[in-house]
Design a binder for this molecule. Sequence first.
Ligand code: PLP
Length: 430
Amino acid sequence: MAENPRVAPRARFLAGPARSAGSGAFDVDAARADFPALRQRVHGRPLVYLDNAATTQKPRAVLAALRRHYVRDNANVRRGVHLLGERATAAYEGARAAVAHFVGAANAGEIVFTRGATEALNLVAQSFGRAHVGAGDEVVVSEMEHHANIVPWQMLCRAVGATLRVAPVDARGVLDEAAFAALLGARTKIVALAHVSNALGTRNPIAALAVRARAHGAIVVVDGAQAVAHAPVDVAALGCDFYAFSGHKLYGPTGVGALWGRAALLAAMPPWQGGGEMVRSVGWDEVAYEPAPYRFEAGTPPIAAAVGLAAAIAYLEGFDRAALAAHERDLLAYAADGLATVPGLRMIGEAPDKIGGHSFVLAGVHPHDVAAVLDGEGVAVRAGHHCAQPILRRFGVGATVRASFGLYNRRADVDRLIAGLAVVRRTFDP
Ligand code: PLP
């Protein structure tokens, strides 16, 4: 696909000098100072925020970018001929270029802004899916998917008479690759997989799985919602066809996410929502659509949120990502060791390649009660089914407690979690 002239080159949002590039060290205390929300006390105690898989806190750089946009550049995009309109358009298209660079896209025209990962996955299902999946075809997902990567495919399959096939996971929460391979065949049109499971923390070997799927001519859709904040993403190396994620899990604002798609696929896809901005001309008897990605962005897009997302990406890219990943790995291992000492605790998800956090249950105490007591101790965790009911059922539970980490978490936060679990024990089993 030719570069769209309206897509600005990578501009002002690309990261500045890396904060710790080359040093091999990640300074968690310095990073914490960037997040004003972390400074508060809850229920009289300093906040320990361990609900990052649900949404992350926002650094000052993102808050400042949002404020700057609304104070200085606020206007609608691609419409106004006035200066503010030009600035807003340049910022929005600059954000698209920043996202493209962030995921290793060939060009910014391969990035569609959406409301989040959920909308991005629905876009693929409703646009690509309805055009390419028919009666008797199959869509393959894994057992560990978030509802956002299940329900759109169920809706598609029901609408066109296709079948949803589910690849199982083993007792550790690892995808059974042999069973996955056995599901693939000439009828497989789409394979949709989480890069990282939000309920188990399992990271799937997407590159290897994509090779198998593509050998059968299937299109590979990756739900990257839980991956992007923790590891650099390169869609070319992954070998997938679509990659979806949300800004708010990446230290950016809510209300914006992105879909990367191969240019040739996007170019051939029909629009899925109609309205302003996605059309070239409209008459009573005919309509001409804009090219991708604009064809998929009906109505006023999330302009300020996209600007905030670009600032979040620049913030994240300002760190030495290898050092940051090492910090998060250390935290995960430290937490696993600590949780292993808690009497009656069962870990849900013990894959060798895990990132992001841990899910667990405590014998005899409902996860909601665990979370409520922890909240009283100032420790924010998630309790529930995490919008991944099928995989929790696979493990015989209806809910878990999930402690998930962001770049600003420290070993001391894990210590507070473990101490809080001792309070839970004393409360329910004195
Ligand atoms: N996929 C996964 C793995 C998730 O964890 C989530 C959110 O928790 C989503 C998709 C949906 O993200 P959003 O609600 O931001 O669209």
